[in-house]
Design a protein around this ligand. Structure first.
Ligand SMILES: [Zn+2]
Length: 457
C-alpha cells in the first residue's frame, strides 16, 4: 500500500493560523453564544474545499457543524470534536482586542486562542488536508474521519454536542474521539511532560442547608442557622476524604515521579506505593504547591464551598442558611456515597442537610489502546525527551456527552509551549494567546496521528 506524501507543513500551519484568526473575530461569547457565526464560517471553508457539511441550529443562532470524509469501512470512525463558544471577556483588562485576531510577537491574541478555537482551527486544517489527500491522491482511509464543531460547552444549556448525541447519534458515532485538554507540553523542573486526558472527574453541585430557630437578633441564641452553616463550612474546608487512585492517576503519578527523579520523584513514588503514606499532605512531598494541589485533586473526591446565602435583615435571625458546594468526584464515586462521607465528617451535632442540584458522572477510558500508543509514539518522534502521560481532567468537558456514544475519548490537541508558558494558566485569562509556533508544531503532530490512525489501524 502506498501512502501519498504529507501536505506542505508550512501551508498546513498557515491555514491553521488563518482559520484561528477568522474564528476569533466571530464573537461567540457564551452567554449568549451566537455559535452560528462559527458554524457558517466553518461550513463555508468546508464547501470551498468540496466537502458538504451538515449544519444544525439547535436553538436560534446556536449553530453546530458536522462533516465526514468516508473511509472504506474496515474500521469504525474517528471523531475530531471541538466547541466554538468562548467564555466572556473583561475587555478593559486586555491589552489587545479580544476579538481582533491580531498577531503580535509571534502570538495570535484573542478569546478562544487556547480554549478552544486554536484547536478547532487545527482540527479543521487536519480534516481538510486529509479530505484533499483522499480526493486527489487516493489516501486509503480504513475508517471515516468525522469533524464536529459545536455550540455551548462553556455555559452548558444543552444546545451543543449533548443534544446532538441524543438527537443525531448517527452523525457522531465513533470508536475513538479526540478533543481538548491534553497534548500540551507541561514543563516541570527541567523535564517536559505531555498530559493526555484519559479520564475526567464527575461533578456534583449541591447545597448544604442549615436550619435553626428564627427570631429577633437582640437576644442571642445557640440555635442559629448562620452559625451552624459557618461551622459546617469550616469543617468541610478542613476535611480530607480518603485518597483513591484510579489507573489514569496511577500512570500519571508514576510517570511524573520517574520523569522528575531525585528526592521528589522518590517521595512521589513512595506516596503512590505505600498506603501508610497516603495521609501525608502532598505539599510536604512535592515542593511545588500548584502541582501538589493538582495531584490532590486527581486522587480525592473534593468539596469546595463557592456561594453563601443567609439572612435578609440585620436584626432578624433567619431560619435557614445555605452554602453551594462544588464537588468533583472520582470515577466510581456516587453522589449518595459522597453525601454520606460529608455527614460522617460533620458529625451529628450540626443540623445541616444536603440537596443535589445537578450531577455528571466521572469517565475514564483505557489507555492500552492502539490510538493511545500511536499518540505516544508520534509525540516521541517530535519531542524525543518529552514524556506523554495519561491524565485525569478535574473539570468537565464535552467528553462526558461523547462518551455516551460508546467512544473512547482522549483529550489530545498537541501544542508545544516554551518553558514558563502554561496552558492552564493562560486559559480563560486576559490576553489569551497562543504562539504561532505552538500551532505549527501541533497541527503537524495531529495530522500524523490522524492520518496514521485512519490509514493503518
Ligand atoms: Zn474548552
Amino acid at each position: 500500500m502506498s501512502v501519498p506524501p504529507p501536505p506542505n507543513w508550512q501551508s498546513l500551519a498557515d491555514d491553521t493560523v488563518r482559520y484561528l484568526r477568522d474564528l476569533i473575530r466571530l464573537d461567540t461569547s457564551n452567554p449568549p453564544g451566537n455559535e452560528m457565526l462559527a458554524a457558517e464560517y466553518i461550513a463555508r471553508v468546508l464547501r470551498a474545499a468540496g466537502v458538504e457539511p451538515v449544519v444544525i441550529e439547535t436553538a436560534p443562532k446556536r449553530g453546530n457543524v458536522i462533516a465526514r470524509v468516508k473511509g472504506d469501512g474496515r474500521a469504525a470512525p474517528l471523531l475530531l470534536y471541538s466547541h466554538t463558544d468562548v467564555v466572556p471577556v473583561e475587555r478593559e483588562r486586555w491589552t489587545m482586542d479580544p476579538f481582533g485576531g491580531e498577531v503580535k510577537d509571534g502570538f495570535v491574541y484573542g478569546r478562544g486562542a487556547l480554549d478552544m478555537k486554536g484547536i478547532t482551527a487545527m482540527q479543521l486544517a487536519v480534516f481538510l488536508a486529509i479530505a484533499r489527500s483522499v480526493e486527489r491522491e487516493g489516501l486509503p482511509l480504513r475508517r471515516d474521519l468525522i469533524l464536529a464543531a459545536t455550540a455551548d460547552e462553556e455555559n452548558d444549556t444543552n444546545q451543543g454536542i449533548g443534544i446532538l448525541v441524543e438527537k443525531h447519534p448517527d452523525l457522531l458515532r465513533a470508536e475513538y474521539a479526540l478533543s481538548e485538554f491534553g497534548g500540551y507540553s507541561l514543563h516541570i523542573g527541567n523535564r517536559c511532560f505531555y498530559p493526555i486526558q484519559t479520564a475526567e472527574k464527575g461533578n456534583v453541585w449541591m447545597r448544604m442547608v442549615a436550619r435553626g430557630r428564627p427570631g429577633h437578633a437582640s437576644i442571642p441564641q445557640a440555635d442559629n442557622a448562620v452559625v451552624h452553616l459557618a461551622r459546617a463550612v469550616d469543617k468541610l474546608a478542613r476535611m480530607r476524604l480518603p485518597a483513591r487512585i484510579t489507573p489514569t492517576s496511577r500512570a500519571f503519578i508514576a510517570g511524573l515521579a520517574e520523569g522528575i527523579g531525585g528526592g521528589q520523584g522518590i517521595a512521589l513514588r513512595a506516596w503512590l506505593d505505600m498506603d501508610a503514606l497516603r495521609e501525608v499532605p502532598l505539599h510536604r512531598l512535592v515542593g511545588d504547591p500548584g502541582l501538589a494541589a493538582e495531584l490532590y485533586a486527581v486522587t480525592h473526591d473534593t468539596v469546595v464551598p463557592t456561594v453563601l446565602r443567609a439572612g435578609y435583615k440585620t436584626n432578624v435571625v433567619p431560619s435557614s442558611a445555605e452554602a453551594t458546594l462544588d464537588c468533583r468526584t472520582l470515577p466510581g464515586s456516587t453522589p449518595d456515597a459522597l453525601i454520606e462521607a460529608l455527614r460522617q465528617s460533620l458529625g451529628n451535632d450540626l443540623p445541616v442537610e444536603f440537596e443535589v442540584d445537578s450531577s455528571g458522572e466521572a469517565i475514564e477510558f483505557p489507555f492500552d489502546t492502539p490510538l493511545f500508543k500511536l499518540i505516544e509514539r508520534t509525540l516521541k518522534q517530535h519531542d524525543p525527551q518529552g514524556i506523554p502521560l495519561p491524565y485525569m481532567m478535574t473539570g468537565a468537558t464535552d467528553a462526558k456527552h461523547v462518551a455516551k456514544l460508546g467512544a473512547i475519548c482522549y483529550g489530545f490537541s498537541p501544542m508545544q509551549f516554551a518553558p514558563g508558558e502554561s496552558f492552564f494558566e493562560m486559559v480563560h485569562g486576559h490576553d489569551e494567546r497562543v504562539a504561532v509556533s505552538a500551532l505549527a508544531w501541533g497541527v503537524r503532530v495531529l495530522y500524523e496521528v490522524v492520518r496514521d490512525f485512519c490509514v493503518t489501524v
